[in-house]
Design a protein around this ligand. Structure first.
Ligand code: FAD
Ligand code: NAP
Length: 313
């Protein structure tokens, strides 16, 4: 029986692993289906993690030390995909891909939420090298330069507004002539003089070379006209894929309370509505979607797990 099963090995899961093991729990396993590190390993640079300021290091380099530190304190990594986390009596049953099951006293689920891809040519090639899904993370790289934003929802227009305070011009490309975002958000974007709304249009292609993205081609869907925009960063906000499947029961119902957007409702101590089940990082409601906050959540959840186990003894 594990003291704690951690599902997902991004910043939230790794920090939960560090705090649970260093906090004295002997039997903690982190189930991460890939190499630990999470989404940030896709980034070419991280500039907003306090105390870390080295532009020669990629996200992968940055996360490497995190796993070494966790494993040093006794965290075990099982490179396996978790299919479901269910509460059976007082404990949790973790079902792995292939059918194997593991019992745990507590579970911290940190499976994250992945920004959806739009599917245009060059998107994957330049992802993390000029194509971004995070204005807070990457906006500053385009200080006083023009950027392009793809999407017409609340996220796209709110992030366009954020970028408009850093960048010289923000070109919002949306595939229809009406926006999905809430009317006050659309009004605010329309009033900002350096936000330019380009409707009935899509990104045809992200172009660049070994150095990264150099520009974008925007296609007007009504006229088929292609406009080439040079020297621009491209921010894609076309929705989120919340990785919450592990929290569904056999009937497909969630085992804990969820928001309408499929994020897990937690309190400030990362408690879910199920005793002994904690959620940390981008999977939770109102997540700021930053490494530093995911790590903070992981530490909070781990400290709560330690208290919970002590109370049960
Ligand atoms: P994730 O990092 O998403 O980790 C979740 C992990 O769970 C993944 O490793 C996944 O493989 C694993 N997993 C999912 N499902 C299962 C399953 N069923 N079984 C087993 N494992 C599973 N933030 C910043 O603060 N600064 C930046 O500069 C920055 N830049 C970014 C650049 C890019 C390109 C991207 C994509 C994100 C960036 N972010 C940045 C955001 C940051 O990476 C995330 O907010 C953070 O990684 C969230 O951490 P997390 O642990 O909650 O989830
Ligand atoms: P969203 O509402 O699903 O909007 C996604 C946008 O991307 C839509 O405009 C969509 O176009 C476009 N899109 C989708 N796939 C595309 C593709 N392949 N190519 C080009 N464009 C594509 O996602 P979101 O903006 O992330 O918001 C998610 C939810 O969070 C929403 O319910 C939103 O209201 C909520 N939210 C609320 C706030 C707030 O209240 N302050 C802030 C952010 C988000 P179409 O419109 O044509 O489908």
């Amino acid at each position: 029986m594990l003291d704690c099963a951690i599902i997902g090995g991004g910043p939230a899961g790794l920090t939960a692993g560090l705090y649970t093991t260093r906090g004295g729990l002997k039997n903690v396993s982190m189930f991460e289906m890939g190499v630990p590190g999470g989404q940030i390993t896709k980034s070419s640079e991280i500039e907003n993690y306090p105390g870390f300021f080295d532009s020669s290091k990629t996200g992968l380099d940055f996360m490497d030390a995190w796993q070494k530190q966790c494993f040093h304190f006794g965290l075990k990594h099982e490179m396996k995909k978790v299919v479901s986390v269910q509460k059976t009596g007082a404990f949790f049953t973790i079902t792995l891909d292939g059918g194997e099951t593991v019992e745990a006293k507590t579970a911290i689920v940190c499976t994250g939420a992945v920004p959806k891809r739009a599917g245009f040519k060059g998107e994957d090639e330049f992802y993390g090298r000029g194509v971004s899904t995070c204005a807070t993370c990457d906006g500053f790289f385009y200080k006083d330069k023009p950027v392009t934003v793809l999407g017409g929802g609340d996220t796209a227009l709110e992030e366009a507004f954020f970028l408009s305070n850093i960048c010289s011009d923000v070109y919002v490309v949306h595939r229809r002539d009406t926006f999905r975002a809430a009317p006050p958000t659309i009004d605010r974007a329309m009033r900002k003089e350096n936000i330019h709304l380009i409707t009935d249009s899509v990104i045809e292609e992200a172009v660049g070379d070994a150095m990264g993205l150099s520009g974008v081609e925007i296609k007007n869907l009504k006229t088929d006209e292609i406009t080439h925009m040079d020297n621009t960063g491209l921010f894609v906000f076309v929705g989120q894929d919340v990785k919450n499947d592990v929290l569904k029961d056999e009937a497909g119902n969630f085992i804990c309370e969820m928001s309408d957007l499929g994020q897990v409702i937690v309190d400030l101590k990362m408690h879910t509505s199920v005793e002994g089940l904690f959620v940390a990082g981008d999977l939770r409601i109102d997540a700021p979607k930053q490494v530093v906050s995911a790590a903070g959540d992981g530490s909070i959840a781990a400290l709560q797990v330690i208290s919970y186990i002590q109370e049960q003894q």
